[in-house]
Design a protein around this ligand. Structure first.
Ligand code: BG6
Length: 487
């Protein structure tokens, strides 16, 4: 078991006036505070380039909370705002870091041994200078831990460079790489489903599972992230991190305990077992104008204002080369401007080895487990059942759902923002839901190889109309194996 960490009594947020802070971080912290989950004496210091003072920062935070946090979760807003302080900083020079350290102040715990949690949500180009500044100001000691928001590089090499720079000042047990999908309740529930029940694990392998599908569909387009997205594309923006983490949780072997080392050891083994993908096992696409939710939307090139080869859709047939998953395809797809916002995992089981209902028109279907992550949080197991009746021409079967709707099963629980879990764990020093260096590097290793295949084979995105499930080649990718995407 990993040893328990010291809880932080100070939280330092870089990028504190940015979009992520306003939409997610401040609302998550306020909601945690309202539920009495933050350490009582936690002091939160925001920093960014903007030249504002504590009061202006608190005003900005209030506005963000009023916009992004539901009214019923804003109960403790006034107390929360009093925890906030601000220090302007140009992170590209060392000059302001001493003042920042003063603002952060010493531990306020009675015995002075509280930790400091730092959260970097800035452009990756600022990571290096920021770390240098923190070192300069003595803000990297043993009781300091650091959370890093994506993107952590654009390929293996740049990711290693970032990891090296951070490792210069922080040991791995103090580095918290964020993948916000791991903060989502149903994603964690995947572990509960697999390892908290006797039912699934014995059949969770190639003897019983025919294939797995992971879909992360989005209806949004470029939003306001033109520069970032066009340099990134769906593969690096979604597959490299969120989708591979989902795949790792489905494919991993049972860890010995729910602790950071045990869980991450198993995830990294699954990620390292990913087979190199062939050119005919990937499809990329870019949306053209169309309609989403009944509204006309422009094409990617129109939104961008120029031609581009960046993919806004990816479908991949992946394989995990180990005993458990021999011959089981993992079909992954993600895209912008798809017809629905949906994240789901479908596990399709094999057909029964011998049907006693053969010839009766019984309508046999293989069992299927659907894990809905968003917008609905639900788990549905499709089973065969007899259609009631006294028909004389044999037994008729039909697929029926055994369904657990999470909000109904756990009435009274809030639907939490993924960052609530992650910020709380960062403050408390629990790394289980953060991505370890070897995982990120295994992810990049696989992604880089696919991108190299695209390059070698001259694969460029095929077009698809906004509001459809990607280029037709994505449908062909599964249909030629006799599989249909779950739409
Ligand atoms: C982010 C990506 O990591 O995840 C975005 O950069 C994407 O492009 C977002 O929209 C999706 O997150 P969620 O939680 O809305 O599924």
């Amino acid at each position: 078991m990993d040893k328990p960490a010291i809880s932080a009594d100070r939280l330092l947020l870089f990028g504190a006036t940015g979009d992520l802070a306003r939409r997610m971080l401040l609302p998550s912290l306020c909601a945690l505070d309202a539920d009495g989950l933050l350490p009582e004496n936690l002091r939160i210091v925001g920093t960014a380039r903007s030249d504002i003072d504590d009061t202006e920062f608190r005003n900005m935070a209030r506005e963000a909370l009023e916009t992004f946090l539901p009214a019923e979760r804003r109960g403790g807003m006034a107390t929360f705002l009093n925890r906030l302080f601000y220090q302007a900083l140009d992170a590209t020079t060392l000059d302001g870091f001493a003042e920042l350290a003063d603002k952060v102040g010493p531990s306020t715990n009675e015995d002075g041994d509280g930790g400091l949690a730092i959260f970097l949500s800035t452009a990756p180009s600022l990571f290096g200078p920021t770390i240098a500044g923190l070192q300069h100001a003595g803000l990297t000691g043993d009781h300091v831990r650091i959370g890093l928001e994506k993107p952590l590089g654009t390929d293996l090499q740049s990711s290693c460079a970032i990891n090296d720079a951070v490792a210069d000042a922080f040991t791995e047990d103090r580095i918290f790489r964020i993948d916000h999908y791991l903060g989502k309740e149903t994603v964690q529930n995947l572990l509960a489903l697999r390892f908290g029940n006797i039912l699934f694990e014995p059949i969770w392998n190639s003897n019983y599972i025919e294939h797995v599908q992971i879909t992360v569909g989005e209806t949004v387009g470029l939003e306001s992230r033109v520069g970032y997205y066009d340099d990134s594309g769906a593969m690096r923006d979604m597959v490299q991190n969120h989708m591979l983490q989902l795949l790792a949780l489905v494919a991993m072997e049972p860890p010995t305990s729910f602790d950071a080392t045990a869980v991450r050891d198993e995830k990294v083994k699954a990620l390292r077992a990913l087979r190199r993908v062939n050119p005919d096992e990937t499809v990329t696409g870019q949306y053209r104008k169309g309609a989403v939710d009944g509204e006309a939307v422009p094409g990617y090139d129109d939104e961008l204002g120029k031609d581009s080869d960046t993919e806004t859709f990816v479908a991949i047939k992946a394989h995990v080369d180990n005993w458990r998953w021999k011959g089981v395809p993992f079909y992954l797809r993600t895209g912008k401007r798809l017809p629905e916002r949906v994240t789901e995992i479908v596990v399709r089981f094999r057909s029964v080895p011998h049907s006693i209902f053969e010839g009766m028109g019984a309508g046999m279907q293989p069992n299927q487990l659907l894990i809905g992550i968003q917008p609905e949080e639900n788990i549905t197991l499709s089973l065969m059942a007899k259609v009631p009746g006294l028909g004389t021409d044999g037994v008729k079967l039909r697929q029926v759902p055994l369904e657990i709707t999470m909000p109904d099963a756990f009435v009274g629980q809030h639907r939490r923002i993924a960052y609530e879990r992650l910020l709380l764990d960062l403050i408390q020093g629990d790394q289980t839901l953060f991505v370890r260096r070897d995982e990120v590097e295994a992810q990049w290793h696989w992604i880089d190889a696919i991108r190299a295949v695209w390059e070698e084979a001259g694969i460029t995105p095929k077009t698809y109309s906004a509001g459809t499930w990607g280029p037709s080649a994505a449908i062909a990718l599964t249909e030629r194996d006799g599989v249909s995407w779950h739409d």
